[in-house]
Design a binder for this molecule. Structure first.
Ligand code: DP6
Length: 331
């Protein structure tokens, strides 16, 4: 057992959203979801299990993590310790090269990297589905960042969650898409996705309808990706995003993630599409707008967005699944 390892993972963005759980303790999603893992943003996490260390220590971007964020990571390390049959405490050092907890899916790359590094450090030889199940225990969306490219999360039916993991739909080079991440605000978001989706599930009269609408969107999105059919994917992805946000807005009290710029950008992207550009938006549990277009249209789309938006833009594209720093990328 080598006791220490470093892994690199990329966040993913859902085109068909995950929003709600069938089991909160095991992070089992109420429905499937479908995402793209993105290069252009990355998390690097080192884990060392150290004999004699009294408690787990976590450093995120050079600063010690405390409180509920630390508790969540300690709970995840407990899963790893249980699997490996050890009670060693760990030091975790993690760096994101993009804003953390701002609705940029940092928990997806964070727990994917932590799962891979932690499992390697403890000598656990896990299959891809097992690694995805493990990552899911940290964060539902992290299960998808185990794989690169276009990825589907299977909700599974087993009460223990052993069949609730991600599977690849298409490799990252299948479709040369670009994703422009338009940062419409600074700082951390006001409510985390876990709390927001649980609140939606327990108080939104639209929640059931939302969950029931997902399988049809998944089937259409899967097919659209296989056929590189931007028109269909645009309709399905925007619909899934708006339905997710509508279910949250109808909770009691309602949750609104958007600011004025978010809404302006939604209108702008829709106008661009009606002008003939193959382009669409998606938005997660925060105010930022993520715009997908083909690589060949990127400069025209960026130019048009710049006429209404002067904030920071991060450019991303389909990227690889999680990998250990000293080992080749997982495909
Ligand atoms: C809006 O995976 O962060 O980004 O499982 O509670 O950790 P937990 O939630 P999380 O939720 C992601 C929500 C989303 C949509 C998505 O990524 O599918």
């Amino acid at each position: 057992m080598r006791m220490r390892a470093t892994a690199i993972a990329h966040p993913n963005l859902a085109l068909v959203k995950y929003w709600g759980k069938r089991d909160i303790r095991l992070n089992l999603p109420a429905a499937g979801s479908l995402s793209v893992t993105l290069s252009g943003l990355r998390t690097q996490t080192s884990v060392a299990f150290i004999p004699g260390q009294a408690r787990d220590a976590v450093i995120l971007n050079g600063r010690a993590v405390w409180g509920p964020k630390l508790d969540r990571i300690v709970r995840f390390l407990d899963h790893l310790r249980r699997l490996a049959g050890t009670d060693l405490r760990a030091t975790v050092n993690t760096e994101n090269d993009f804003p953390t907890a701002a609705g940029l899916a940092s928990s997806s790359s964070g727990f994917a990297a932590l799962a891979a590094a932690g499992a390697a450090a403890l000598g656990l030889e896990l299959t891809a589905p097992e690694l995805s199940v493990l990552a899911r225990l940290g964060s539902g969306s992290a299960a998808r960042s185990i794989h690169g490219g276009f990825v589907e999360m299977l909700p599974g039916v087993m009460p223990d969650g052993s069949d609730s993991h991600a599977v690849p739909v298409a490799y990252e080079n299948h479709w040369d898409l670009r994703c422009l991440i338009l940062l419409t605000a600074k700082g951390e978001k006001s409510i985390g996705s876990t709390e927001a989706m649980n609140h939606t599930a327990s108080s939104s009269p639209y929640y059931r309808a939302w969950v029931e609408s997902v399988p049809h969107d998944l089937a259409l999105a899967r097919e659209a990706i296989r056929n590189r059919d931007m028109k269909t994917l645009a309709v399905v992805a925007e619909r899934s995003c708006l339905r997710m946000h509508a279910s949250a807005a109808a909770a009691d009290p309602g949750i609104l993630f958007w600011n004025g710029t978010t809404i302006e950008l939604i209108h702008h992207i829709r106008k661009l599409r009606s002008d003939g550009f193959p382009v669409f938006f998606t938005i997660d549990a925060g105010p930022h707008v993520k715009v997908f277009c083909s690589a060949s249209e990127m400069s025209a789309v960026t130019q048009s967005i710049r006429s209404v938006f002067s904030g920071d833009i991060i450019v991303a594209r389909p990227g690889p699944g999680v990998y250990l720093k000293d080992e080749p990328e997982r495909r």
